[in-house]
Design a protein around this ligand. Structure first.
Ligand code: IMP
Length: 427
C-alpha cells in the first residue's frame, strides 16, 4: 500500500481534516508533517465534532496509528490539553506518537511572535500568535529544543540555559520586556516531558515499517500551498512547508514512497491574516459566503476573507505539489448563489497574465479576469452520488477540474463524514 499525501491547496482551512478523517477509516497510519497549533482541523463523525490543532485527524479511527512528525513544532501544553479533551470524550489516544526530532514551542516563542507582530505595525503578518514563526526560525538557526531533549534532564537544562540567555537578551534589550526564568521553564517542561515521554519515539522507523507491511499511510498537511514560505505570498506566509515536498521532510520518508498527492480545495477561496488575495469579495456575496460557511478561524476565531475560486492560484498549486487528484470541499455553500465566478487569469500592469506572480506587490496589483457560470440554487447537502448533482454544479466542478488539470476524486457537501460524494476512487 502506498503513502498518500493530503495537501491544503489554497490558503489553508480547505477541509483537510474531514478528508483525512474519511480516508483514515481505511488507513493504518496518519502522520501530521508540518505546522503546529496554528492549524485547526475540524472533524465531524459519529463520535461528535472535534477541533484538532496538533493531533492527526485520524485519531478517531481505532485502527490508525497517529504520528506527529518531526516537521511539526509542538507546544506541549496545547498537546496535553488536546489529549485530555479527547480522552474525556472517550477517544482513545494510546495510538498517538510524537517524533523525538519535532521541535518544541517554548514560552519565549509565543511571546516573541506577539512582540514581532507589534514591531511590524501596519505591516503585521496577521500570524496566529502561537509562536510558530519564532520556533521554526530557531530550528533553522540551530537554537531549537526538541521533544527528544525532554527525555534527558541534564541535556535539556544545558540547552535551555544556553538558548534562554540569548532570548532574554533580545526580550530585555530589544523589546524592553522582563527576562524569563530558566527555573520556571525547566520545571514546567520537565513536567510536560514526564507526561509525554511514553509517546516520544523515533517515528521514521514506524513509518518505514508500516510501508514495508504494505499498509496505507496518510501524510496530513496543515495550512495551504499559498502559505508556503518559498512559493506562497511571502512574507505573508507561514514558516514550514505545507507542500507535498514538505511531507517527505516532515514525516521522514523518501519521495518515491508517495504514490498519490491529493490537493484539497474549497469550492471558493478563503484567507485569514494579511497579504494579497486577488479574488477577495468585500461585498455582500463575501459576507454571505462567510456566514453560510461560518468562515471564522478554528484557532483564532478571526473572520476569514472570502472570495471566488482562483483558477490561476489553483493551477500553480497543482504544479508545485504534483497533485494526482483533488477533493473539492464545501460545494453546498454555493447552493444559494444565482451565478458563480471563477478567476481564469489576472490583469496586471496592463497585460493579462496566467501565472501566479512571485512578488506580493505584483499580486496585489492583479485584477482577476472572471468567467461567469450559472448557479444551481438547489440544496446539495443530501446528495451522495455525483450524477445526482444538479447539472450546473457538475458543470462548475468540470470547469474546476479543467483549470486545475487534475481529476476530482471527491466532493464534500457538508461537514459530516457521510456528506461526501466519491467521484473517482483515490486508490
Ligand atoms: P503563523 O503560521 O501563525 O505564523 O501565521 C502566518 C500566516 O499563516 C497568517 O496569515 C495566518 O493567518 C496563516 N495561517 C497559519 N495557520 C493557518 C491555518 O491553519 N489556516 C489558515 N491560515 C493559517
Amino acid at each position: 500500500m502506498p503513502a498518500i499525501a493530503i495537501i491544503g491547496a489554497q490558503w489553508g482551512d480547505e477541509g483537510k481534516g474531514k478528508v483525512v478523517d474519511l480516508l483514515a477509516e481505511k488507513a493504518n497510519m496518519v502522520v501530521r508533517f508540518s505546522g503546529g497549533d496554528n492549524a485547526g482541523h475540524t472533524v465531524v463523525n459519529s463520535q461528535g465534532e472535534f477541533r484538532l490543532h496538533l493531533i492527526p485527524s485520524g485519531i478517531c479511527s481505532p485502527h490508525a496509528t497517529c504520528i506527529i512528525g518531526n516537521g511539526v513544532v509542538i507546544n506541549p501544553a496545547v498537546l496535553i490539553d488536546e489529549v485530555d479533551q479527547l480522552n474525556r470524550r472517550g477517544v482513545d489516544t494510546s495510538r498517538l506518537f510524537i517524533s523525538d526530532r519535532a521541535h518544541l514551542i517554548m514560552p519565549y516563542h509565543t511571546l516573541l511572535d506577539g512582540l514581532e507582530e507589534r514591531w511590524r505595525g501596519k505591516k503585521a503578518l496577521g500570524t496566529t500568535l502561537k509562536g510558530i514563526g519564532p520556533a521554526f526560525a530557531d530550528k533553522v538557526a540551530r537554537l531549537g529544543i526538541r521533544t527528544g531533549d525532554l527525555l534527558d534532564r541534564e541535556l535539556f537544562w544545558e540547552r535551555l540555559q544556553l538558548v534562554l540567555a540569548y532570548k532574554n537578551a533580545i526580550l530585555t534589550g530589544v523589546y524592553g520586556e522582563s527576562p524569563l526564568s530558566a527555573d520556571e521553564i525547566y520545571n514546567q517542561y520537565h513536567h510536560y516531558g514526564e507526561r509525554l515521554a511514553p509517546c516520544i519515539r523515533e517515528t521514521t522507523v514506524m513509518v518505514e515499517e508500516a510501508l514495508n507491511r504494505e499498509e496505507l499511510v496518510l501524510l496530513e498537511g496543515a495550512q495551504g500551498a499559498l502559505l508556503d514560505p518559498d512559493f506562497g505570498t511571502y512574507p505573508y506566509t507561514t514558516s514550514s512547508s505545507p507542500l507535498a515536498g514538505g511531507s517527505c521532510l516532515g514525516a521522514g520518508l523518501g519521495p518515491g514512497r508517495i504514490s498519490r498527492v491529493v490537493g484539497v480545495f474549497k469550492a471558493y477561496c478563503t484567507r485569514v491574516g494579511s497579504g494579497p488575495m486577488p479574488t477577495e469579495l468585500e461585498d455582500e456575496t463575501g459576507d454571505l459566503l462567510r456566514e453560510r460557511a461560518h468562515e471564522y478561524g478554528t484557532t483564532t476565531g478571526r473572520p476569514r476573507r472570502c472570495g471566488w475560486f482562483d483558477g490561476v492560484a489553483a493551477r500553480f498549486s497543482a504544479r508545485i505539489n504534483g497533485f494526482t487528484g483533488v477533493a473539492i470541499t464545501r460545494l453546498d455553500i454555493l447552493d444559494v448563489l444565482p451565478h458563480l465566478k471563477i478567476c481564469i487569469g489576472y490583469r496586471g500592469d496592463g497585460e493579462t497574465i496566467n501565472y501566479f506572480p512571485p512578488s506580493v506587490t505584483a499580486l496585489a496589483r492583479c485584477e482577476p479576469v472572471y468567467e461567469e457560470l450559472p448557479g444551481w440554487q438547489t440544496p446539495t447537502s443530501d446528495i451522495r452520488r455525483y450524477e445526482q448533482l444538479p447539472f450546473e454544479a457538475r458543470q462548475y466542478l468540470a470547469r474546476l477540474e479543467e483549470l486545475i488539470s487534475c481529476p476530482v476524486n471527491l466532493v464534500s457537501v457538508g461537514a459530516g463524514r457521510e456528506q461526501t460524494i466519491l467521484k473517482k476512487p483515490i486508490l
